[in-house]
Design a protein around this ligand. Structure first.
Ligand SMILES: NC(=O)c1ccc[n+]([C@@H]2O[C@H](COP(=O)([O-])OP(=O)(O)OC[C@H]3O[C@@H](n4cnc5c(N)ncnc54)[C@H](OP(=O)(O)O)[C@@H]3O)[C@@H](O)[C@H]2O)c1
Length: 330
C-alpha cells in the first residue's frame, strides 16, 4: 500500500538551527545503527521510518558500516526510501559516515581521501541517492594528516555528493583544528556528532564550548545510553532488548552494573515526579546543553519512537531538578 505521510507531521517537533548554518534539525532524530540491518525484519524498519516521519522526524542518520552485515542498513534504507519517501526527499536530512573498517585491505578504514571518497560513492549507490545532506568523518585518524581528511570532505561538498560535512568522535582540540582547516579550504563545518547522555558527559569538558564559539551544532548520539536510561533494565534483561540480542555486540550484561542501576533507579524517580518516563527525561536533558540541537535516538519498536517524541511536551527542568540530577550523576 502506498504511504501518505500525516498532514500534521510538522506540528509536534521543534526544529533547531544547527549552529550558524541554514540547516534546521528536528529536536529528535532517528539513527539506523541497530535494528535496521540485514538480520532485522524490514517491515518493522519500514513502520518505524514511516511513523518517525509522521511525527516530524525529518532526519535519518546512517553510516557505511551499519548493519549487520555492514552496508545492509543503507541498502534497506534505500529500498524503503524508494517505496515510501522518494516524493519526500526534499523534506529529509539524510546523513552517512565513513571512518571505521568497511572493507579489507589498506583503503577501507580510517581517514584517507581514498577511503572517504570511495566509501561515500558506495553509500550513495546502496541508498540510491545522488547526494546525502550531511557526510561525516566517523572518527579521528591518528596517522592520516588532518589536512588530507578535511580536504576529502571539502572535495565531497564541491562535487555535490554531500551538501554539508561534519565530524564525529573528535575531541575538543581535534575539532578546533578540523574547523580551522575546513575554514581555510572554504567549506563550512556545521555539525559534530558526539556521544552524550546523562551517563556520558564528556562533551561538557570543552567540546561544546568550541562548537558554540565556532557557530557549529552538536547532535547527541546514544542519548539513552543504548537503553540503559530507560526503565527496561530495572528488573532484569528483557529477551527482546539490545543487551539480549546476540547479533548486537555493543551492549552486554556486564554494562548493566549495580552502580549504573542504582543511578538509573534514582533518575527514574525524578522522571516519575516530572510525569515523564525516564527515556523522555533523558532526551530533554541532553537538549539543554549548549550547542546540542538534536537527540539522535535509536529504536526497535514504533512505540518507542512515539514515547520519545512525547518527551518534547515537557522540556524544562527546575533548578532543583538539575541539582538533584547532578548529585545523582556525580
Ligand atoms: N557517530 C558514532 O560513532 C555513533 C555511535 C553510535 C551511535 N550513533 C548514532 O546514534 C544513533 C542512536 O544510537 P542508539 O541506538 O545506541 O541510541 P539510544 O537512543 O541511546 O538507544 C536506543 C535503544 O534504546 C532503547 N529505547 C529507545 N527508546 C526507548 C523507550 N522509549 N523505552 C525503552 N527503550 C527504548 C531501544 O533498545 P532495544 O533495542 O533494547 O529495544 C533502542 O534500540 C545510532 O543509530 C547512530 O545513528 C553514532
Amino acid at each position: 500500500m502506498s504511504y501518505l505521510p500525516s498532514e500534521t507531521r510538522y506540528n509536534s517537533i521543534p526544529y533547531n538551527r544547527c549552529g550558524k548554518s541554514g540547516v534546521m534539525l528536528p529536536a529528535i532524530s532517528l539513527g539506523l545503527w541497530n535494528n535496521f540491518g540485514g538480520e532485522d525484519a524490514i517491515e518493522n524498519q519500514r513502520n518505524m521510518l514511516r511513523r518517525a516521519f509522521d511525527l516530524g522526524i525529518t532526519h535519518f542518520d546512517l553510516a557505511n558500516n551499519y548493519g549487520p552485515p555492514p552496508g545492509s542498513a543503507e541498502e534497506n534504507f534505500g529500498q524503503i526510501l524508494e517505496k515510501d519517501f522518494r516524493s519526500y526527499r526534499d523534506e529529509l536530512i539524510i546523513s552517512t559516515k565513513a571512518g571505521f573498517k568497511m572493507w579489507d585491505g589498506p583503503y577501507g578504514d580510517w581517514g584517507s581521501k581514498k577511503y572517504l571518497i570511495s566509501s561515500l560513492d558506495q553509500s550513495l549507490k546502496r541508498m540510491n541517492l545522488d547526494y546525502v545532506d550531511i557526510f561525516y568523518h566517523h572518527r579521528p585518524d591518528p596517522d592520516t594528516p588532518l589536512e588530507e581528511t578535511m580536504g576529502a570532505l571539502d572535495q565531497i561538498v564541491r562535487q555535490g555528493k554531500a551538501l554539508y560535512v561534519g565530524i564525529s568522535n573528535y575531541n575538543a582540540e581535534e575539532t578546533k583544528r578540523a574547523i580551522s582547516i575546513l575554514k581555510e579550504q572554504g567549506t563550512p563545518f556545521i555539525i559534530h556528532q558526539a556521544a552524550y547522555s546523562m551517563l556520558n558527559r564528556w562533551v561538557e569538558d570543552g567540546l561544546t564550548d568550541v562548537l558554540e564559539r565556532e557557530g557549529a551544532g552538536c547532535i547527541a548520539f546514544v542519548p539513552l545510553a543504548q537503553g540503559l536510561l530507560t526503565n527496561k533494565y530495572l528488573t532484569g534483561i528483557p529477551s527482546d532488548s539490545r543487551a539480549a540480542k546476540e547479533h548486537i555486540p555493543f551492549l552486554n550484561e556486564k554494562d548493566i552494573s549495580n552502580d549504573v542501576l542504582q543511578k538509573v533507579k534514582q533518575l527514574n524517580e525524578i522522571a516519575q515526579q516530572r510525569e515523564q518516563s525516564l527515556a523522555q527525561m533523558a532526551l530533554v536533558w541532553v537538549l539543554q546543553e549548549k550547542s546540542v540541537v538534536s537527540a539522535l535516538i535509536g529504536a526497535s519498536k514504533v512505540s518507542q519512537i512515539e514515547e520519545n517524541v512525547k518527551a518534547l511536551e515537557n522540556p524544562q527542568f527546575s533548578k532543583n531538578e538539575i541539582e538533584t540530577i547532578n548529585a545523582i550523576l556525580k
